[in-house]
Ligand binder design. Structure first.
Ligand code: GLU
Length: 305
């Protein structure tokens, strides 16, 4: 018997998939296969301003070429505005309009949250100052002392974050009118019944905010596993901004090269030298199974299928 498992890969189509995105895709795919679960794909194009035309289609095409087949329909965040609005309304008085611009928040000198966003000092918590116009919508977090959220990351173990200190009241809808990533991801993970989030460690600092939102919306908290982030020679996380090169899988050798590189980042052992994609997948699924067991990251009450 296996536990119910729904995993997902949720790329933002801000550019072509690169080595870093493939690591997250591979880990989430392998985890779903090991536990006999479903693997969903969600295109996180909520920030339509940053979405690059054709990037989502390119990512889906690449997944197929690599032999990563998803279950069900692809979910597109750009079509989910009504669901985000409804979730926002359920938050009631916990959400409030904020009239601060970036400079005002930076000037408060509370510094940066671990994910690089400025910590909000709570200026508009008790109402907009006269003359200030609403720009964004924020979610009130508990005051210091009551703001701790602890979760177990399947690789890193217990992680505690303090919402007031590490993030402050965070944005649900941005000044430019787009729903924020934190709200969209929580609403969609819940709507898709996701039980297992496997993604890059750059998002570990967002997890406490997402768990807080899940609690406020009354939706379940999935299990979390954060995998290593790929960095370039300068130590920067691979991204379009840092000039990451697009993965190409035009033929079998190129596909295998990309898959093996991602497998190395994950530390998969015993893959040998697969001669085809099929051979890669045959070796990679048990290799991931061994890795999660060795790292104590197995799911409860699971029989390997
Ligand atoms: N869309 C995010 C990204 O491409 C991933 C979000 C998530 O997995 O929660 O980095």
């Amino acid at each position: 018997m296996s536990v119910p498992y729904i995993g997902r890969f949720a790329p933002s189509p801000t550019g072509p998939l690169h080595a870093g995105s493939l690591v997250a895709a591979l880990a989430s795919y392998l985890d779903a296969r090991v536990y006999g679960g479903q693997w969903l794909v969600r295109i996180e194009d909520v920030d339509e301003g940053r979405s690059v035309p054709g990037a989502a289609e390119g990512a889906l095409d690449l997944l197929v070429k690599l032999g990563m087949h998803w279950d069900g329909e692809v979910l597109w965040q750009s079509r989910r505005g009504d669901a985000y609005q409804q979730a926002f309304e359920r938050l009631g008085a916990l959400a409030y309009p904020c009239g601060c611009n970036r400079r005002e928040i930076a000037d408060s000198r509370l510094g940066l949250a671990p994910d690089g966003s400025a910590i909000y000092p709570g200026t508009c918590r008790n109402g907009l100052a006269p003359g200030k116009l609403p720009r964004s919508l924020r979610l009130r977090v508990p005051d210091r002392g009551d703001d701790e959220i602890t979760f177990i990351d399947r690789f890193a173990g217990p992680i505690t974050q303090q919402l007031a200190l590490d993030a402050g009241d965070f944005v649900l809808k941005r000044g430019d009118g787009y729903w924020a990533y934190q709200l969209a991801v929580v609403v969609d993970d819940a709507a898709q019944g996701v039980t297992d989030v496997v993604r890059g460690a750059d998002l570990i600092d967002s997890t406490a905010r997402q768990i807080y939102l899940q609690r406020k919306l009354g939706v379940p908290t999935p299990r979390y596993l954060h995998v290593p982030v790929v960095r370039n020679a300068l130590g920067e996380k691979l991204s379009k901004q840092t000039g990451a090169t697009a993965i190409v899988a035009a033929d079998e050798p190129a596909a295998l090269l990309a898959l093996m590189a991602a497998a190395r980042v994950l530390g998969l052992q015993g893959l040998g030298t697969p001669v085809s994609r099929e051979a890669f997948w045959r070796a990679a699924v048990p290799a991931w199974s061994r890795l999660v067991r060795e790292r104590g990251a197995d799911l409860p009450s699971v029989v390997h299928v």
